[in-house]
Design a protein. Structure first.
Length: 223
């Protein structure tokens, strides 16, 4: 009898949480979802994918192959600047016309780049599925922790362009690589160690990350 009463109370509480229109039930439901996602879903997904960060939201345009405005600056792509009247969508061949010189000067041909995974990059607001069990190679897009003396607040998602003593990356949209002296955070992507790597991008989910970006920007506006 006691078990039956307990089960009835559980069912009643469950029905109240998910079917009631009260404000308190909404708060409880959101709390349950938060706990499930943070402590069950993400750790489980991370275990399956072999990484501490199974899903990464893209918060900048550094991997975008389109002409975009970043941080209220001019419309740009790989150091080339454009007006509002210029073409807003470009294909891979046009991207290479604007950005290919840097890669060719650093030993990566157009054909080689065209065979890279996610060769068309991705955009701010996309969600990236991250895989942790891999051996880095040129062309991989990796998520890595900034160098210890960098003040960058979050991991970086850029493409590997060279591997020697260190792993070296570059953002597909950027004019050049980040070094400790050319960005406000002091991030250096020319001396990445394997211990800094969190994983590599394997799938992009367009636009889903905008929810997180909007919430983050809303909170930062009032802080």
């Amino acid at each position: 009898m006691e078990k039956r009463e307990i089960w009835k109370k559980i069912k009643k509480a469950w029905n109240w949480i998910w079917n009631s229109d009260s404000f308190l039930s909404w708060i409880v439901a959101l709390a349950i979802i938060f706990v499930f996602v943070k402590f069950i879903f993400f750790p489980g997904l991370g275990f399956i994918l072999g990484t501490s960060l199974p899903l990464a939201g893209v918060e900048s345009s550094s991997m975008d192959h389109q002409i975009v405005r970043e941080n209220n600056e001019k419309l740009s792509l790989c150091g080339n600047y454009f007006s509002r009247n210029d073409k807003q969508y470009i294909n891979f061949d046009e991207y290479w016309d604007y950005c290919g010189n840097w890669y060719e000067e650093n030993g990566i041909t157009k054909k080689e780049f065209s065979e890279f995974h996610l060769k068309n990059g991705f955009r701010k607001g996309d969600i990236i599925v991250v895989w942790g069990r891999f051996k880095p190679k040129v062309g991989d897009i990796i998520i890595f922790k900034p160098n210890p003396d960098s003040t960058a607040p979050r991991p970086i998602i850029h493409r590997i362009v060279k591997i020697d003593e260190y792993i070296k990356t570059k953002g597909d949209h950027n004019e050049r690589q980040l070094t400790s002296s050319n960005n406000i955070y002091g991030t250096d992507e020319t001396k990445i160690r394997e211990s800094q790597i969190i994983g590599k991008a394997i799938i992009k989910i367009p636009l889903l990350g905008w929810v997180k970006i909007w919430i983050t920007e809303f909170i930062e506006f009032f802080i």
